[in-house]
Design a binder for this molecule. Structure first.
Ligand code: TPP
Ligand code: MG
Length: 328
């Protein structure tokens, strides 16, 4: 793994990155708890994707760049500006949920305030939409870059190929990401695609493709920094394949112990990106274990407060059922 100092980020920024990673993990654990005690209907989790998502998001300028995420990108959405309370209001389907005012399923992140465009449950439909958002930047001579993401199984949908082809033809300022966690629900990669890597599909459409280890913070951050800078400078799109692990079942509605071996699950736990990142932070002198424990305590208090506040927010009322669904 590359050293953290090679990222060019200072100590404060690296510690901030760690807080984002840990917040993503702790908040997701809270979402699981709420599902299990029947307070929410569903959860789909990014545990194992967090380090890569933080490194990715930090390479953008969320004040102006657009993000069309997929359902596992909660931690990236937190970096982009959403709060724990925002996410919790979405899971609890509250009227003030910024993603959809409680109309969508949990984990369909969106925020008008933060340029995060809400997506459909039909996987990868955000890809052609992102192409449109990026084309808007080009036609309007604006310097924002658009980011869109999906999983490696969903990357085989037809509209993904259409979106990448159009982006290549027009040289759009658009970064495509495939978060490759090796599974599409219970289906492993051997049954998903026949090419070696997802990254090699970039050059097939006329732009660079990079495969990075999503647990290597520096490698991921520097790769995104380069492609984002290039996109902003008119050099066109790129595809980044982020190699990550799905530490949980696909969602709150399945049990991965049925289709993954005990050995595989144990091995994955040992290689948990959060633990590797913590080890690296200690070894490279950024934080001590005690300091990490203190940060964890702070984040747990923050998430408890956000949960109480989100739970106390009003539900949508029946007479507003079609608000936020149809334009006036
Ligand atoms: C068009 C479409 N087909 C099937 C589904 C059901 N579905 C939801 S997620 C998913 C698996 C996606 O796997 P992958 O793209 O690898 O992403 P991951 O969940 O592993 O992050 C499937 C089949 C769907 N939502 N939309
Ligand atoms: Mg997958």
């Amino acid at each position: 793994m590359k050293q953290l100092k090679e990222s060019g980020l200072n100590k404060e920024q690296i510690i901030e990155a760690y807080k984002h990673v840990l917040r993503g993990r702790r908040l997701d654990e809270r979402l699981w708890q709420l599902t299990r005690i029947g307070k929410t209907s569903f959860n789909i989790s990014g545990q194992g994707h967090e380090v890569g998502q933080v490194a990715k998001a930090l390479a953008f300028e969320p004040e102006k760049d657009y993000f069309l995420p997929y359902y596992r990108d909660m931690t990236a959405c937190l970096v982009w500006g959403m709060t724990s309370k925002d996410i919790l209001m979405g899971s609890l389907a509250k009227e003030d949920d910024p993603s959809s005012h409680g109309r969508q399923m949990p984990n369909h992140y969106g925020s008008k305030e933060h340029n995060i465009v809400s997506h459909s449950s039909t996987v990868s439909t955000q890809f052609p939409l992102a192409t449109g958002v990026a084309y808007g930047a080009q036609l309007g001579k604006k310097d924002y870059v658009t980011l869109t993401t999906t999983g490696e199984g969903s990357a085989n949908q037809g509209e993904v190929q259409e979106a990448m082809n159009f982006a290549g033809v027009k040289k759009l300022p658009l970064i495509f990401v495939v978060e490759n966690n090796g599974y599409a629900i219970s289906v492993g990669i051997k049954e998903q695609y026949a090419n070696e890597t997802m990254a090699e599909r970039g050059p097939a459409y006329g732009f660079p493709g990079h495969r990075v280890d999503g647990n290597d913070f520096t490698e991921t951050y520097l790769t995104f920094k380069k492609v984002v800078d290039d996109a902003r400078n008119g050099k066109g799109p790129a595809l980044v394949e982020l190699m990550v692990s799905r530490l949980t079942s696909h969602s709150a509605d399945d049990d991965h112990t049925i289709y993954r071996s005990k050995e595989e699950l144990e091995d994955m736990k040992q290689k948990d990106g959060l633990l590797l990142f913590e080890k690296q932070l200690i070894e490279e002198g950024y934080l001590t274990r005690d300091e990490m424990t203190a940060i964890d305590k702070e984040l747990k208090a923050e998430i408890n407060k956000a949960t109480d506040e989100a739970e106390a927010m009003p539900d949508p009322t029946a007479d507003t059922i079609s608000d936020q669904v149809y334009a006036d």
